[in-house]
Design a protein. Structure first.
Length: 147
């Protein structure tokens, strides 16, 4: 349980009664903006969207509130809460940068310039002055450190 070990180390970095707070992704919603866009990108790479969800799940090992309570509770944290929030997630400075990030986080063969261009086109509607933003659910997590 690597996550549990990390929680225990995190608890040791806090004084008794200090508050731990962080955000982590919620499991992808099939009909969510982020999930739809990432599914299109995965299909352009010839990959099953399910494998992309597996990567997202690995990046968010605490995305299940039950698992979150289990891990933090085992490390001695109390008053554990996870509040669902819908947020804009930033994937890159612009569509091309977001494609580079997406491609870099998944193993596989080299991606052709043609495929990268098609992927960039998928993300262009999500470009804003603040970068490529996709709506997704996150957990705002807080807990008290062990006494």
């Amino acid at each position: 349980m690597r996550t549990s070990a990390a929680a225990v180390r995190g608890a040791g970095a806090l004084r008794p009664g200090d508050r731990l707070a962080f955000i982590c992704p919620q499991p992808p919603r099939a009909d969510g903006e982020e999930s739809k866009a990432l599914g299109l990108l995965a299909s352009l790479l010839g990959r099953d969207h399910t494998s992309e969800n597996a990567v997202a799940t690995a990046m968010a090992s605490l995305s299940d509130p039950e698992r979150l309570h289990e891990v933090l509770g085992a490390a001695g944290f109390t008053e554990i809460s996870a509040v669902a929030v819908d947020a804009a997630t930033r994937w890159g400075r612009d569509a091309a940068d977001a494609v580079e990030f997406f491609v870099s986080r998944t193993p596989g063969p080299a991606v052709s310039a043609e495929t990268r261009a098609a992927m960039t086109k998928v993300l262009l509607p999500h470009e804003t002055p603040d970068g490529v933003l996709l709506r997704a659910g996150v957990w705002v997590v807080s807990a008290l450190s062990p006494a």
